[in-house]
Ligand binder design. Structure first.
Ligand code: UTP
Length: 232
């Protein structure tokens, strides 16, 4: 696909990469290597990225199993976090020397953009979307891109509701009304409520796009990404 790309200089962006994009359900090696090449290319142009990776199917399988075995929600969340950190390590493997080898366990540990920070979850009670919004705040990123398995934000889950309407732009206050308020381990939502509140409070420019390399690149560089802009 040909995508229009504007001239963006010295971008500082946080990318939230859904686990379903990295492993869907099998580990998506082609995506991961393509993503690593994209990140390297962007860095050569002076752009800087930090990446937060989701847990995908592995997280949901372990959370489902633990829940059936009687585990409490925070215990299930911990399993999800482990899966996110495994996926983060795959991205680190692909990035080689461009990335910090260590997966930070909290946003506070992240200090700079010198190499690519790749992390997963932090603590129970939210998803990696919230971690990405916290990291964007901590690093004063000018953009947050959420790459997921849907091509943007809809008025309802498009997989369950054929009448769901896709937004090209949505005000953050409207988005807050759409998202589930309550956290549950393995929750599948376009953005979790905590992430949306952080985006609102810190006025973080946010784009939600399908997790395809061309759309991620377009979202980062100001091109046609066919996703949704969250207006803050
Ligand atoms: P995510 O929900 O972030 O992964 O984490 P995902 O489903 O792959 O992401 P998206 O929806 O495609 O963007 C998996 C689970 O890990 C736990 C939660 O239970 C979450 O649902 N988790 C993750 C935490 O408890 N804390 C974190 O900081 C991150």
């Amino acid at each position: 696909m040909q995508c229009k790309v504007n001239v963006v200089r010295d971008l500082r962006a946080v990318l939230s990469l859904g686990g379903s994009v990295v492993a869907s359900p099998e580990i998506n090696l082609e995506f991961i290597s393509g993503f690593a090449s994209l990140v390297k290319r962007l860095r050569r142009k002076g752009h800087r990225l930090a990446v937060v990776v989701g847990g995908g199917k592995v997280a949901r399988d372990y959370i489902g199993a633990a829940r059936r075995l009687g585990a409490e929600e925070s215990f299930c969340d911990e399993l999800g976090i482990l899966a996110t950190r495994m996926n983060a390590r795959l991205i680190i493997a692909a990035l080689g020397g461009e990335a910090y080898r260590r997966v930070p366990e909290s946003v506070e540990e992240v200090k700079e953009w010198e190499k690519v920070v790749v992390m997963g979850g932090t603590v129970p009670g939210h998803t990696t979307d919230a971690v990405a919004a916290m990291l964007a705040t901590k690093l004063k990123a000018e953009l947050l891109v959420n790459a997921t398995n849907v091509d943007g934000i809809y008025s309802a889950d498009p997989k369950k509701n054929p009448d769901a309407k896709k937004y090209d732009r949505i005000a953050v206050e409207e988005l807050l009304k759409l998202v589930d308020r309550e956290h549950k381990a393995g929750i599948s939502a376009i953005l979790d409520a905590k992430a949306v509140r952080i985006i609102e409070e810190n006025r973080i420019r946010t784009l939600v796009v399908k997790g395809e390399l061309s759309r991620i690149e377009a979202a980062l560089l100001g091109g046609e990404h066919f996703g949704t802009e969250v207006v803050v």
